[in-house]
Design a protein around this ligand. Structure first.
Ligand code: PEP
Ligand code: MG
Length: 757
């Protein structure tokens, strides 16, 4: 005797049979018919029925074993109507031994169900959305067990797969239905670009179906491939030409690399070989794409994965050209504004949508250095990456909130949340407009103290923010980003070119370049680097620079050349002792001497600084200050080392607050020592860009703060409302308290004294 579903072996057998149905042939309707038949038999139920959601919140009987066949496609229930409608409305399973005596039972004479007493039903769910209801019924007063409910839920997942393919009901029809049966869902990922947006979701190009796999005429297929490749290359050239509207920037490098891939003969040759083995052009592209994908799965290096993603993007694009549906035509039916959802995406694919208004981007893959993220930043689109199952849990037409600041996606938020997000977006727009009006206003406190507000930058496109924000210069140019988006180490000419562009675009404003801070988690594919247990405290920054002096020398040479006759500002990251600084400085002197010997122009002057990020340096300040031109505090690292608290660990994000007595005492000491030595002091960690923290820093004596572009407006607003002496007095009062955090007191103070935070 075979065991019924509900036992482990019975469930396994049932799932095996369902899998065969899913993998086998036949229309979606035929498969569903087979599924209900098998489920009824295996679950020893007289009835098994599948109801599928149609537009307008209606559940339609799509298939049944046991009810009258003429009821199929005739019996319809509104969400909330009857027991089945109730299961859809609540999205919860229901099991009743005596269903007919339940007050919600809705009798439908055409079904002939009056003879069945017990009923068990589960929602057919996908991504929190109810796509239908799966029901079994028995004549007897049967008490269904928890195990049986679980089995039916598992079967419902298979049916959901079938329904989600869009073969039963057009997915747009489902997407149009609103309200009941759709659960709000929150997904988390990683922040690739901050910002907030709400709008309808559009799933990035569902995969194309390949209708014919085996080719009849290989030569004709090769010819088709040749045409499609040519058309694709032409379209990419055009795309890049359009992208010039974005100005110069690293996103251009990304696109150029992409163009290079498109022109790669090896890739096209692999596709041609697959055609010669008997495949159609589409199937050949698919085969090469799948091979690439399986190779990609083995690659752990995020940078290399990005390269593979570019190739995958190209394969998709090529298939569209082969199918006669080039990407621009696909986007014709898009809503005017939308949130784009994709498993992964190449930079050029994002550009395809550029004519439309993409309000946000959600990716299942992606890293901060993803090419698509870099291009998205150029467009100022909030992006969240590594959102698991985003493409299966979000459907086209769903309302989605992309909260780039908190790396979360809200799917089908309640009306209440939707309104509050829309209000926040609106308030941000208004606030941004207000900050724009402050662009040329001086950052001077109410008691007349001038504050220098500088920009933190890392890409050429950031430099444009100088005039957009009215910042006085760039206090930190992180040089590593451009290195991370290339295939090979950029040579001196390429580096010179980039730094010169940065300086030219800064139009005379000072730019402080920080030498490479790679290592740790910022690994370059072309630099051999062993995996470390503790990368933040590992072989990184100046440690690599001193161990591999050729790299540092080349960078310094490029900086000197780029400066021309201008003043060159350089700072070294992660210096832990005077000897390291002296060593780095000697390398710079060597390069200055070399430049002079070559007869090239020298910078008008060279200002050399140090990032204070390693606590050991705190006890070497007098000797250090004798040797440097400026000191820049990197609180992101300094605070993580002071508290032994990983800055990237979200579980520790709120564990310590830098607004506490020990940190304030440290800053006081730094201000006093720097002033005594006559060394300009600045702060370029995240703290400087947070209005309340900036308020404290200024009250402690800091006069130069460097921050992300979007922080300039809020900090300037705070500065202009600040009475420095009064806050300094308040800090004298409370600064020594051993509280976990002084923030609540400081916030209250600001509120009571009209300081705009
Ligand atoms: C810092 O550590 O505060 C800093 C500015 O450097 P980064 O964030 O690049 O490590
Ligand atoms: Mg740092």
């Amino acid at each position: 005797m075979t065991e019924a579903a509900g036992s482990v072996s019975g469930t396994r057998r049932l799932l095996r049979r369902l899998r065969d149905i899913m993998a086998g042939s036949g229309s979606a309707q035929e498969r569903l018919d087979r599924i209900v038949r098998i489920v009824a038999a295996e679950m020893v139920a007289e009835v098994c029925s599948a109801y599928v959601m149609r537009a307008g919140e209606v559940l339609e009987l799509f298939a049944t074993e046991g009810l009258r066949p003429e009821a199929v496609h005739r019996t319809r229930l509104r969400v909330g109507e009857g027991l089945v409608g109730g299961i859809a409305a609540t999205a919860r399973p229901l099991a009743l031994a005596d269903a007919q005596s339940h007050p919600d039972f809705a009798y439908r004479p055409e079904t002939g169900e009056e003879i069945y007493h017990s009923l068990m039903g589960v929602p057919i769910l996908r991504g929190g959305r109810v796509l239908g209801v799966l029901v079994v019924q028995n004549r007897t007063l049967r008490h269904y067990t928890e195990d049986e409910i679980e089995v039916l839920q598992t079967i419902a997942m298979v049916v959901a797969e079938l329904a989600a393919r869009g073969d039963l009901v057009n997915p747009l029809e489902i997407a149009q239905s609103q309200g009941g049966g759709m659960l709000p869902v929150r997904l988390v990922g990683i922040r690739l670009n901050p910002g907030l947006a709400v709008g309808p979701a559009v799933l990035h190009r569902p995969r194309l179906l390949i209708r014919q796999v085996v080719a009849e005429d290989a030569a004709a297929e090769i010819e088709r491939l040749r045409h499609a490749v040519a058309a694709m290359r032409e379209a990419i050239d055009e795309l890049i030409a359009t992208g010039r509207g974005l100005g110069a920037g690293e996103h251009r490098d990304v696109l150029e690399t992409y163009r290079m891939f498109a022109a790669d003969r090896g890739w096209v040759r692999r596709i041609s070989d697959a055609i010669r083995s008997g495949l159609t052009a589409e199937a050949a592209v698919q085969k090469v794409r799948d091979e690439t994908r399986s190779r990609m799965m083995q690659v752990t290096d995020p940078y290399l994965r990005e390269r593979f993603l570019d190739l995958e993007d190209l394969a998709n694009r090529l298939q569209q050209h082969l199918s006669g549906q080039p990407p621009s035509a696909v986007s014709a039916e898009l809503p005017p504004e939308f949130i784009l959802i994709a498993r992964a995406m190449g930079p050029a694919e994002l550009m395809d949508y550029a004519g439309r208004r993409i309000m946000g981007l959600v990716l299942e893959e992606g890293s901060p250095t993803a090419h698509v993220a870099i291009v998205a930043r150029a467009f100022d689109i909030p992006v969240i990456g590594r959102v698991e199952d985003a493409t299966s849990r979000i459907e086209t037409g769903d309302t989605v909130v992309v909260d780039g600041d908190h790396a979360q996606v809200l799917i089908r938020p309640s009306e209440h949340i939707r309104q509050s997000v829309a209000a926040t977006v609106e308030a941000r727009v208004r606030r941004r407009a207000f900050y724009d009006t402050l662009r040329s206003a001086a950052p001077v406190t109410r008691d007349g103290i001038e504050i220098k507000l500088l920009l933190n930058a890392g890409l050429l496109i950031d430099v444009a923010q100088l005039s957009a924000t009215g910042a006085e210069g760039i206090g930190l140019f992180r040089t590593e980003l451009p290195f991370m988006i290339r295939d090979t180490f950029p040579n001196v000419e390429e580096q010179t070119d980039l730094y010169r562009h940065v300086l030219d675009q800064a139009e005379g404003r000072a730019v402080v370049f920080r030498t490479l801070d790679i290592g740790g988690d910022k690994v370059l594919p072309y630099l051999h680097h062993a995996v470390e247990d503790n990368p933040a405290m590992g072989w990184r920054a100046i440690r690599i620079g001193l161990d591999r002096p050729a790299m540092l020398r080349q960078q310094l040479r490029a900086l000197i050349r780029a400066a021309g006759r201008r003043t060159l500002y350089v700072k070294f990251p992660m210096i832990a002792e005077i000897a390291e600084f002296e060593h780095a400085r000697a390398i710079l002197d060597l390069e200055l001497a070399r430049t002079a010997k070559e007869g090239r122009v020298l910078p008008a002057s060279t200002k050399i600084g140090v990032m204070l990020e390693v606590p050991a340096l705190l006890w070497q300040l007098p000797a250090l200050c004798e040797r440097i031109d400026f000191l820049s505090i990197g609180t992101n690292d300094l605070v993580q080392f002071l508290f032994a608290c990983d800055r990237g660990n979200p579980r520790l994000a709120d564990r310590y607050d830098p607004l506490c007595a020990p940190v304030l005492a440290l800053f006081r000491e730094l201000v006093s020592q720097a002033a005594a030595a006559g060394v300009p002091l600045s702060m370029c960690g995240e703290m400087a860009g947070n209005p309340i923290e900036a308020m404290v820093l200024i009250a402690l004596g800091f006069r130069t703060l460097s921050m992300a572009a979007n922080a300039i407006g809020p900090v300037k607003t705070m500065v202009r409302s600040l009475d420095t002496a009064a806050v300094a007095g308040y800090l004298d009062e409370i600064g020594d308290r051993p509280d976990h955090s002084l923030r609540p007191k400081l916030e209250a103070y600001a509120r009571d004294h009209g300081i705009l935070l």
